[in-house]
Design a binder for this molecule. Structure first.
Ligand code: FES
Ligand code: FES
Length: 220
């Protein structure tokens, strides 16, 4: 059997390679592709603009990310995730790398106040967004009360899942300060704890929520 017999019927007329080349030429001809040098500074300050396909790479690019209220410049390859940018280039190692595929929640950060897994977002796609990491909560003053609650309720064993848990709970409690047990469980549904600290994590989160409610021991 000839090799071509395994291909779909029209694969000889339009191969994947020729399609991509053709699409790239069309975009370039229509002015949709912006090369990094064509608009000095644009790639580092404005982020992707609506209606413009931005071509970055293959070399590393210097971009700006707003992290914990500060604008940080970082040089990353377009393929690098936000998690890698935080840990490997900006020394923000509180955000943990575990599965690197969006399955465990250890790398949870906030993007515009919403919890996201930073291993599933390209660093270049985080431009123009407010990024919050565990360092903001831990080092710049814990306004969430979660750190103290985790200590009080023994919410961490090895601690590897803890930053992700705290970030997920911080976002949930910010939007719903009086969260009950079901709300708390839902908030950390994407956070895996291999040490099995879930009951302690729930207790810690509920103690913060109860404080917000002004007492009510025994509430869930
Ligand atoms: S490291 Fe990102 S979800 Fe597991
Ligand atoms: S405390 Fe060890 S993985 Fe959660």
């Amino acid at each position: 059997m000839k090799h071509d017999e395994h291909k779909p019927p029209n694969s000889r007329s339009i191969s994947r390679r020729s399609f991509i080349k053709g699409a790239g030429a069309l975009a370039a001809a229509s002015g949709l592709v912006r090369t990094p040098g064509a608009d000095a500074g644009a790639a580092t300050s404005s982020g992707a603009q609506e209606g413009i396909v931005e071509r970055l790479g293959p070399d590393a690019q210097t971009i700006e990310l707003k992290i914990n209220g500060e604008v940080r410049r970082v040089t990353v390859e377009p393929r690098e995730t936000l998690l890698r940018a935080l840990r490997d280039h900006l020394n923000l190692t509180g955000t943990k790398l575990v599965c690197d595929r969006g399955a465990c929640g250890a790398c949870t950060v906030h993007l515009d106040g919403k919890p996201v897994t930073s291993c599933m977002i390209l660093a270049i796609d985080a431009r123009g967004h407010e990024i919050t990491t565990i360092e903001k909560i831990r080092i710049k003053g814990d306004k969430t009360g979660l750190f103290g609650a985790f200590v009080e309720h023994d919410g961490a064993q090895c601690g590897f899942c803890t930053p992700g848990m705290v970030m997920s709970l911080a976002a949930a409690l910010a939007s719903n300060p009086k969260a009950n047990l079901e709300d708390v469980k839902r908030a950390v549904a994407g956070n895996i704890c291999r040490c099995g600290t879930y009951p302690h994590v729930f207790a810690a989160a509920l103690s913060v929520a109860r404080d917000t409610r002004g007492g009510g021991a025994g509430e869930s």
